[in-house]
Design a protein around this ligand. Structure first.
Ligand SMILES: [Zn+2]
Length: 450
């Protein structure tokens, strides 16, 4: 056997309960057995870890990250050990401009040739012709859509991401349908010219970013969507109309409809909060900045510069809009929509820190209405559910992949305790606090030489 963990208190995330004094046997990357102390007599291990007083749970999933920045692929590569050092054992990469590197890292990690979180990647996302984002697969008609999906098949991507910067609404819907019919889980934004329900009915599994759900708070959603599509309604007019006609019981019914159709939400509260409150928070002293490369950090600047032009009224509007959006969480929860915890961490997204970010996202989810248990579930249970991988992940049980974290304090009691990481186990390999600290030091030293 590779590893035996003794005396652990297991955090059963889904049921929100604790199981004390557990012995966990890990071999060849999987959990071979879980039980009381007697089971250890049956096995011999190279490594014994006493987890007395500690809490063992599945490693964290950040269900929305970005690797990107073609001029600093090396800085992205350093994020892999950083994620692991923060207890993130799986990331869902929602596209960028360095897909081939990400796919290579994914494969190397899966083959045990590289240390890092398990990567699930969309590869390049689908967009229209002339998209503002570099790296997209641009399509203008159904024939190009087919070819684009063929190329994603060849890359063996894990899911499909679709955004609407330049993609026509009808082709967007067709892309969702065809990607789904090829067996992919589909995630994406919501075009202004479509309703949430249309996109959900086409089969989109997740809406990325909570802000889109605000559209469903108004009985005028279809009217607004048509007005935006035909150009008779400006974005500002649409926002006012939406706000003036808000109706919570309708919102709940709409969210229930999405839930029934199998559409969930990745709120990405942290990045929205960072942007809304940028003028009130000072990030300069955040020690995690020492672990991020200079070019990646410089990519935060565009938004800071742009927002420097904001009037006091703009600033207040951002905050009001954030609060309105985040306060949808209780309705989302009541409606039974699945919530997937993800941060949008990576390049461009200002102070949305890879690794640390998911801990802060979970805290935000609790602030706005989830219980501590529900926040954990949104990360470690719903993350695998997105990929139909419940058999491999989501709990500390026999047969599961041994991607685990050991905490010094109970995360069900306080979500902030996810930061009390004593050890990380990735594919059965044990990283003690000391190991994690030396990984961090190595990253810091590398960054300081850039
Ligand atoms: Zn994103």
């Amino acid at each position: 056997m590779d590893l035996i963990i003794l005396n652990a208190t297991i955090v059963a995330v889904k049921s929100g309960s604790l199981v004390e004094n557990q012995t966990v046997i890990i071999s060849e990357g999987r959990i071979l057995a879980v039980g009381d102390e007697s089971i250890k007599e049956v096995y011999e291990a190279n490594q014994l870890v006493d987890a007395e007083g500690k809490f063992l749970m599945p490693g964290l999933w950040d269900n929305h990250v970005h690797f990107g920045g073609a001029e600093y692929v090396d800085e992205n590569e350093k994020l892999l050990p950083l994620y692991l050092a923060f207890g993130v054992t799986s990331v869902r990469d929602a596209a960028g401009d360095i897909s081939l590197d990400v796919l290579k890292w994914r494969n190397e990690i899966n083959e045990g040739k590289r240390i890092g979180p398990k990567i699930f990647t969309s590869g390049p996302k689908l967009e229209g012709i002339g998209s503002i984002w570099p790296g997209d697969l641009e399509i203008g008609n159904t024939e190009e859509l087919k070819l684009a999906l063929d190329s994603l098949d060849k890359l063996k991507v894990d899911f499909v991401k679709i955004t609407d910067n330049a993609l026509a609404p009808d082709l967007f819907l067709e892309a969702v349908k065809q990607a789904k019919s090829r067996g992919y889980s589909v995630s994406g934004h919501i075009p202004v010219g479509l309703t949430l329900d249309q996109v959900s009915k086409a089969g989109q599994k997740t809406v990325e970013h909570l802000g889109y759900l605000l559209r469903m708070t108004s009985p005028k959603e279809s009217e607004i969507s048509e007005g935006r599509r035909s150009g008779t309604l400006s974005a500002a007019e649409a926002a006012i109309l939406q706000l003036e006609t808000r109706n919570d019981s309708l919102t709940l019914a709409n969210f229930k409809q999405l839930a029934a159709q199998g559409t969930g939400i990745v709120p990405t509260l942290l990045i929205s909060y960072n942007i809304a409150y940028l003028d009130e928070n000072n990030f300069d002293q955040d020690s995690i900045l020492n672990y991020l490369g200079p070019k990646l950090k410089a990519s935060y600047q565009w938004r800071i510069d742009r927002m420097a032009q904001d009037t006091p009224e703009d600033k207040q509007n951002r905050k009001d809009n954030f609060e309105r959006t985040a306060n949808l969480i209780p309705l989302v929860k009541e409606a039974g929509m699945k919530i997937y915890a993800g941060t949008d961490a990576g390049y461009l997204n200002t102070y949305d820190y890879p690794g640390l970010g998911i801990h802060l996202e979970l805290q935000k989810l609790v602030t706005y209405g989830l219980s501590h248990q529900e926040a954990l579930e949104a990360s470690v249970v719903n993350g695998p559910e997105y990929f139909e991988l419940e058999a491999d992940f989501g709990s500390v049980e026999k047969g599961k992949i041994a991607n685990l974290i050991l905490l010094n304090a109970n995360p069900l009691e306080n979500i902030k305790h996810t930061l009390t990481i004593d050890a990380v186990i990735k594919d059965g390999r044990y990283f003690s606090r000391e190991d994690l600290d030396s990984m961090l030091l190595e990253i810091k030293n590398w960054v300081s030489k850039q």
